[in-house]
Design a protein around this ligand. Structure first.
Ligand code: HPA
Length: 275
């Protein structure tokens, strides 16, 4: 066991007696605006990250594991840690690696983003079909965590085609239009310059944010099945007339809360039908 594996094991030792997840529990990392889903859980339990030894504290999202049932299906939420909070990429993926140790096999990553592609106006939802994570170090850098996965994991088909199909069915059922596109992760915390957004567009990005791709890489490494949904809170820099940060991201996300809740509930129900 290397140092990170030992750190994860210590946190897991604190969790394992207290969290019993039924088979098929879906892991969710809630992005900005998506965390309200915790309020909708039945039979809820929670363990804050600060009860765990040597575990990073969250400074932006709620740092906790929260589990329960969503629409009758078991889920567990893990609060997100960002690179821009000063954590190394391998620390930002500790929550999802613990989900893996707890037996979670399907992981739904959600986030807020700036829209780049035509049509991705504030208020849109985009299923992530692939990502660009060229601008920050890999969470797998350093000694390989061989107990989780291989040194050189394949990243093709990372956003599971069958979960993408399930998301499309869920969106239809929830009555929420769902775009599909490529998500680019930037390190943040500053929003991008217009030149950076033009560069991202040339690279093939449809939306830009500050999370998710790093997590997806570690989840694939650990053999988890990954899906991602992005909620567009603003036009990316230089795309719309207003700069990012001008609109109130939280207010836009709050307006979309019913759509987010419906989408998540239907997504979890669709995922439950697989395997
Ligand atoms: N850029 C990066 N991250 C974001 C944005 C953006 O425009 N909007 C919400 N998160």
């Amino acid at each position: 066991m290397n140092a990170m594996e030992e750190r994860l094991q210590k946190a897991f030792d604190h969790l394992k007696g207290r969290i019993r997840l039924p088979a098929g529990t879906v892991g969710i990392i809630p992005g900005t605006g998506w965390g309200d889903v915790a309020d909708a859980l039945e039979d809820k339990g929670a363990i804050p990250y600060d009860e765990l030894p040597d575990f990073p504290r969250a400074t932006f999202h709620k740092g906790a594991f929260t589990w329960g049932k969503l629409g009758g299906h078991p889920v567990i939420l893990a609060g997100r840690l960002h690179y821009y909070e000063g954590r190394s990429p391998d620390e930002t993926v500790m929550p999802l690696r613990l989900l893996k140790l707890l037996g979670v096999e399907k992981l739904l990553l959600t986030n807020a983003s700036g829209g780049i592609a035509p049509g991705l106006v504030p208020g849109s939802f985009m299923a992530v079909t692939d990502h660009i994570q060229l601008f920050l170090p890999s969470p797998l850098r350093g000694e390989n965590l061989a107990s989780f996965g291989p040194r050189f994991p394949d990243m093709t088909g990372l956003y599971s085609p069958r979960l993408l199909a399930a998301l499309a069915r869920a969106a239809e059922r929830a009555g929420v239009p769902l775009y599909r596109g490529v998500y680019a992760q930037m390190p943040g915390p500053q929003f991008e310059t217009p030149a950076e957004v033009r560069a991202l567009k040339l690279l093939g990005a449809d939306a830009v944010g500050m999370s998710t791709a790093t997590e997806a890489v570690a989840a694939r490494h650990a053999g988890m099945e990954v899906a991602g949904i992005s909620f567009v809170t603003n036009f990316a820099a230089g795309i719309g007339e207003l700069p990012p940060g001008h609109e109130d991201r939280f207010a836009i996300a709050a307006q979309a809360a019913p759509a987010m809740a419906a989408l998540l509930k239907e997504a979890v129900a669709e995922f439950a039908l697989l395997d």
